[in-house]
Design a protein around this ligand. Structure first.
Ligand code: NOJ
Length: 481
């Protein structure tokens, strides 16, 4: 089925620093924007924080043992910038460096290839106060931080990601307003932040290469593949606008080394500030193209013509407590629409396995044979454990199996996919959604007195059997479980 050597394919789970580490103020760590937001903001509507979370900081060995026992050969995690540079730049916190050295070394001792992300939503507070990625100074700070990490860990880490989901981070922080600094429908800031993240990523990639290190480096994007609903009057016009809004800026700069030609005319026509585009960045883009693309694949952008009404974002961080469907209406551009044949999760997001195939084929069509890792895929839901703590998460298994089958189909059709990461390795903090929305292959018991006990779920064993089937040459891994 797949042309590459099956043993080379990476199978693992993914996490992110703020979502699992806890230890928010230990061993010299500085404040991050999420520490401040989760402690102080009335917009933290579920009241949860990452102060302790699943305490990966102290229990990483147990989590990595479970990953290895689950048949994984890789582990994706991110580094907390404020653990390494408490003030965002300048003095290095040795306590932070020591922690990631322990994690990396333990991964390697367990046969888990570390896949390390430098920035996963958690900016040091000092830099957030300066405007975060809306301020170009933060690009220099990011490159400084990247260099510290490359020099400290680059001898052992061979798979690097510059930024996780730069577009979704910018979207939540500047359009939805549910992530700090909570701006709403601010198109100027949204495009500026995505652009500056693109420059930061390209400059970090170029720097990595200049250090002569022998790993691979890329970017992780949230899958934004656009599908136009039947009956739409202006499918081509909508596709162009939507791709510029969602993912072309990031994909073209990181994979082709250039800005999409249509971007500046588009911004100008729509009265959006484009003064952030600097001539000198063209060289950074050219020199900083990614070795691979990481794709976090959950859903598609299902769009139709704009109908009427003001620009509005629809978002649900209340789960079953809200009937809202995730989407957006942008005046005179387009709007998301409902496909009655497609299920949604309780947070109003589509569950659409076919988007895996379509997204991968779309990338192949536009960007050729760039290696792709599925850096995240999974299912968020409420869960009930039995008395022993075991969860029979058949919905998760069914959903992930569907996405993985579509990934295999895309590989058959020539897509250069090199790995798949389940989101998430274990239950963890789900940003504004708190702890009730669970994603883990392993349950973490967050109840008081339960001591954050880890209990593998049914999906953990299914995933293990899928990996085993795959290595044994099966055409339909996972289906016999
Ligand atoms: C994407 C993000 O990278 C991760 O932080 C988040 O928790 C998952 N998707 C689930 O929504």
């Amino acid at each position: 089925m797949v042309l590459m050597d099956r043993k080379q394919f990476l199978w693992g789970g993914a996490t992110a620093a703020y979502q699992c580490e806890g230890a928010w103020n230990e061993d010299g760590k500085g404040l991050g924007e999420w520490d401040v937001f989760s402690h102080e903001s009335p917009l933290n509507i579920n009241g949860a924080t990452g102060d302790v979370s699943c305490d990966f900081y102290h229990r990483y060995q147990e989590d990595l043992d479970l990953a290895a026992e689950g048949g994984h050969n890789t582990f994706r995690f991110s580094i907390s910038w404020s653990r390494i540079l408490p003030s965002g730049t300048g003095e290095i916190n040795q306590g932070g460096v020591d922690f990631y050295n322990r994690v990396i070394d333990y991964c390697l001792s367990k046969g888990l290839e570390p896949n390390v992300t430098l920035f996963h939503y958690d900016l040091p507070d000092v830099l957030a106060r300066k405007g975060g990625f809306a301020n170009r100074e933060v690009i220099d700070a990011f490159v400084e931080y990247a260099e510290v990490c490359f020099r400290a860990f680059g001898d052992r880490v061979k798979l690097w990601v510059t930024i996780n989901e730069p577009r979704y981070y910018a979207y939540c922080s500047n359009m939805v307003g549910n992530y700090p600094p909570n701006h709403e429908l601010d198109f100027d800031r949204y495009f500026k932040v995505v652009y500056n993240e693109a420059v930061a990523s390209s400059r970090a990639v170029a720097l990595y290469r200049s250090l002569g290190l022998d790993g691979k480096i890329g970017i992780v994007i949230d899958n934004c593949n656009v599908e136009i609903a039947p009956g739409t009057k202006d499918p081509q016009g909508i596709r162009l606008k939507a791709e510029l809004f969602y993912d072309r800026l990031m994909l073209d700069t990181q994979l082709r080394g250039e800005l999409p030609g249509a971007l500046i005319p588009f911004l100008r026509e729509n009265g959006i500030d484009d003064s952030f585009v600097l001539f000198e960045d063209a060289l950074s883009f050219e020199q900083g193209t990614s070795d691979f693309l990481g794709l976090n694949c959950y859903n598609r952008m299902y769009l139709t013509d704009y109908s009427e009404g003001p620009t509005e974002v629809f978002h649900n961080n209340k789960g079953a407590g809200s009937k809202k469907k995730e989407g957006i209406r942008i005046k005179d551009w387009f709007e998301t629409t409902d496909d009655p044949t497609t299920k949604r999760n309780l947070w109003g997001r589509e569950i659409y396995p076919r988007c895996m195939y379509n997204a991968l084929m779309g990338i192949k069509e536009r960007y050729g044979d760039i290696p792709v890792y599925i850096t995240e895929n999974g299912h968020g839901c409420y869960e009930q454990a039995d008395e022993s703590g075991y969860v029979e998460d058949d919905d998760r298994i069914e959903m992930m199996q569907g996405y993985i089958d579509n990934m295999f189909e895309a590989m058959k059709d020539g897509c250069n996919v090199r790995g798949y990461y389940a989101w998430s390795s274990m239950d963890l903090y789900s940003w504004v959604n708190g702890y009730e929305k669970r994603y883990g292959l392993v349950r973490v018991d967050f109840a008081e007195g339960a001591d954050l006990k880890r209990i593998p779920k049914k999906s953990y064993y299914w995933f293990k059997s899928l990996i085993r089937d795959y290595l044994a040459g099966s055409e339909h891994p996972g289906h016999n479980y």
